[in-house]
Design a protein around this ligand. Structure first.
Ligand code: 76R
Length: 253
């Protein structure tokens, strides 16, 4: 029997993808539209608090969605309320939820140091503990672009991640982490686990000010065995950050 890595979970994440019914929007009376964007802004603005989670909104390029609202919160109950709270705004009446993803921030004990943390041998105010806490309770960075996709680890007869001994998986994750760290400052990532919560095993949320940095990072990872042999991907989404107060400009096209 193989041992799973120890994990610790932090905030829950909801990626709420929406398309806009542009025909209905154009046909709506001016007063309705003003009320709708007003409600949309009020909802998105009052629901951001970096202490207890965060909310950010992005336009989504391409046909898969027009918007994604990302919420991070300590409990699923809060995410449930937020999802329905948004649905009850007049603004949401002009949108349709085309996709969504439910997951929870996750740190895993693959590295030697992380194992010490999980075994309680590390001070709460040490750099390592603070680093892990920042991965579990991330502040949504003030970066312009977002990339999101769900992924799983492969389970085929030849390449089955879940059949590998712990040491082999730890080695793969170490070389994976080495690639990632080279992009420090350029690409920020949030790894959220979704086993039992959604259709894939993890959500990958990446932020950057230059999307070619994301492309370079992912391309490099594609050649690393942790990805080349063991990764299976869902759909990719590309978003651009905007402030809630710019909702009227977004809706004006
Ligand atoms: O060094 C550390 O403290 C953490 C090392 C680390 C782990 C354990 C790490 C580093 N990741 C870990 C786990 Mn990651 N990560 C991805 C993707 O598109 C692809 O090919 C893969 C999608 C990206 C882009 C990425 C980026 N990582 C994981 C796991 C869980 C595996 C498990 O538990 O079995 C997945 C699914 C996953 C996927 N990773 C990093 C990055 C980056 C940029 C880093 C370095 C970040 C840093 O050190 O701050």
């Amino acid at each position: 029997r193989r041992e799973p890595p120890l994990t610790e979970e932090g905030w829950y994440a909801l990626h709420d993808f929406r398309t806009v019914d542009w025909d209905a929007w154009r046909d709506a009376p001016e007063r309705t539209r003003e009320r709708a964007v007003g409600e949309g802004i009020a909802f998105l603005d009052t629901h951001s608090d970096p202490e207890t989670g965060g909310t950010a909104v992005y336009t989504v390029l391409g046909h898969k969605a027009d918007l994604v609202v990302l919420h991070l919160r300590p409990t699923l109950d809060e995410l449930d309320q937020l999802e329905r709270g948004f649905e009850s705004t007049e603004f949401a009446g002009f949108t349709e939820q085309t996709s969504s993803y439910i997951s929870v921030t996750e740190a895993s004990g693959y590295t030697e140091r992380a194992r010490e943390y999980f075994e309680g041998e590390v001070d709460d105010d040490s750099g390592l503990a603070q680093y892990i806490q920042s991965r579990l309770h991330p502040e949504i960075p003030d970066m312009d672009y977002l990339s999101f996709y769900p992924m799983s680890k492969r389970r085929t007869a030849e390449d089955n991640w879940y059949d590998l001994p712990f040491e082999d998986r730890a080695e793969h994750m170490a070389s994976h982490g080495d690639i990632g760290r080279d992009y420090g400052g350029k690409v920020q990532q949030m790894i959220t686990g979704s086993v039992g919560l959604d259709d894939h095993e993890w959500g990958v949320t990446l932020w950057a000010d230059d999307m070619t940095d994301v492309k370079d990072l992912l391309y490099e990872m594609r050649f690393d065995p942790s990805t080349s042999r063991f990764a299976e991907f869902g759909q990719f989404y590309t978003g651009r950050r905007f402030e809630p107060r710019d909702l009227p400009a977004f809706m004006a096209g």
